[in-house]
Design a protein around this ligand. Sequence first.
Ligand SMILES: [Zn+2]
Length: 374
Amino acid sequence: MILHSISTSQSLSHGSNMKPPTRDGPAINRLVDMIQREATDAGATVRRWEGGPDRGDVLLLTPPGQDPASSLLMHGHVDTVHAHGSLTGTLMPRVENGRLYGPGVYDMKGGVLMAFQEFKRGLAKPRDYPRALSLMIVPDEELGSLFSRAITEEIALAYKAALVFEPGAKNCGVISAHKGYGEYVVSTKGKSAHAGAWPHAGQSAVVELCRQILILEEITNDVIGVSSNVGLMSGGTFTNVIPEHAIARVDLRFADNEGWEHVKACVEGLAAVNPAVELKIELTVHQPPLTEQSTALMLSAVQQAGRQAGLKVHAESTGGSSDANMIAGVGVPVIDGMGPEGSGAHTPFEYIDIESYAIKANLLRTLLTGNFIN
Ligand SMILES: [Zn+2]
């Protein structure tokens, strides 16, 4: 039955054949168009924000005349990390041993489909739902939601609470905490010189950057739950030139706001070891953590609904972050991991467990049609 709905849902089954990769706005928008059409046919009110050719658009679907203050916002992304052409080979859409394979089925079209089906049911049978439902779909989560973030934050702020449909944890698990995420660009500017003729006339930007990288890597501290990774670096032009420029990007993770203050102070407090080299530090991304405090209300509601449905729902935390972080960051109660279980996100072996789709869809229906969110 679930497989039937996955394969017959107009928008998303076509969508998984399109599997829009991040950065391809027109491909993402073909899927966004289909969802919009299906939602409009079902009677939804649609708002759409244009993201441009390398992103795709943001869509907000609501019932007509909705009051967000008493309603719930369901949230998901339709972009995937898979490139065009990945519909063949190991990701060829198929069912095998109770698993549905396909690019983006787990992260996170399975979850988006589940939310969309419930949204449409809410339109058709509003009396079954004590709180009206909206659905927001974003096109750029895999790129850090740079475009959609401000829209998500502004819209979420008006709602009672939110549910994010990223993949769920094994054995009926939802996600109650994500680390926060910060990214800095650290760059150095030295002085170039001919490496053979005047080796002492130059000031190496590469050497200075390497010193800084060693300091940055020392930030990792398991006791306070922070980590640092310099994932990218480059510098110099030719082997016979003392390098004038070098640049690195560092990824920082933290469990709570104190952790953020700590890593921020470490990075922003860096000083050049060689005073003749200029050091520049620039914050490019900051996503607040999703803390257990911000998910407590919704977790308790989901667990109560689970008991009613005969399911034992547990919560897990992950190191990765999602749009739930941003929603929590503006102070709106939220829960993540409402999507189906599976494995292989961002790999050529991505799948969802079909039975878990049925279980999670049942949990969602019980949650949204009961009086659990006060
Ligand atoms: Zn995702």
